[in-house]
Design a protein. Structure first.
Length: 269
């Protein structure tokens, strides 16, 4: 793999060059396209393993590689987290039921660049409380992204997300966070979805990272199951997550993982 270019800050955050945005855009577009396409399969009666099989095949067909297959022993091309599963749900024999909500998280490697994104889906009819949770989580991500510009800090991102979510009497998960990426899957910084204004490293043009708030209808605490992957809400409340990969530009940011079909929100709106 080609060595990453650009300098590294005192906080260990790589600053990429202008030409690197094209590679991240292509990788992000690939991942987002796959999430667009899998939407047609999400319905009651389908297993999460069937969804993962589709994703695995599309990754290959699009000339990419799955970043998750083989990562720390993981065997699947996606994480699929249903209802009270916060993140890292393992695809398998679980059959979707009417009203289930699920997050599908896909990371691809295309020409050495990592495209990482996730979004929510609904099997069948959407309950009012789940609809509200999904909307707040989606909006929290976009509010966080609005803070991405040179001169702001990572704490500004977390503060904006936390204020919005807690203003709706929901819980922001603390146990998992966003991360730097580029020519590696995970790199500094940790992108917290809570925090204080003005805290943390300052944003600079050329930083690449994910923002991926996890929001619970109840309390924010989670626990990891015996499989060492699946994280669930401790109070068994519903959880939702949306994730974009972004790059800091001279006056704001570029979202690498925008939905080509404008289907990032599960109601397509």
């Amino acid at each position: 793999m080609e060595e990453a270019r650009g300098r590294v800050t005192k906080d260990g955050i790589r600053i990429y060059e202008a030409a690197d945005f094209d590679g991240m855009q292509a990788a992000g577009h690939c991942a987002a396209r796959i999430l667009d396409e899998v939407a047609a399969l999400v319905e009651p009666g389908v297993t999460t393993g069937t969804l993962d099989d589709f994703i695995r095949n599309r990754v290959t067909e699009l000339g990419a590689t799955s970043a998750t297959i083989g990562y720390r022993g993981y065997k699947h091309a996606s994480c699929i987290s249903v209802n009270h599963v916060v993140c890292h749900g393992i695809p398998g024999d679980k059959v979707l039921k009417d009203g289930d909500i699920l997050n599908i998280d896909v990371t691809v490697i295309l020409d050495g660049w990592f495209g990482d994104t996730s979004r929510m889906y609904v099997a069948g009819n959407l309950s009012r409380k789940a609809e509200r949770l999904i909307q707040v989580t989606h909006d929290a991500l976009m509010i966080g992204i609005e803070q991405v510009r040179p001169g702001n800090t990572f704490g500004d991102i977390g503060f904006a997300i936390q204020q919005y979510v807690e203003g709706h009497r929901m819980g922001v998960v603390r146990d998992f966070c966003g991360h730097g990426l580029g020519r590696v899957f995970h790199a500094p910084p940790n992108v917290l979805h809570y925090g204080r204004k003005g805290s943390g490293p300052m944003l600079e043009e050329g930083m690449f990272f994910t923002i991926e708030p996890m929001v619970n209808l109840g309390r924010p605490e989670t626990k990891v199951l015996a499989d060492d992957w699946t994280a669930v809400t401790r109070d068994k409340s519903l959880s939702a997550q949306f994730e974009h990969s972004v790059g800091v530009t001279s006056d704001g940011c570029e979202i690498f993982t925008l939905s080509p079909a404008n289907r990032f929100h599960p109601t397509w709106g």
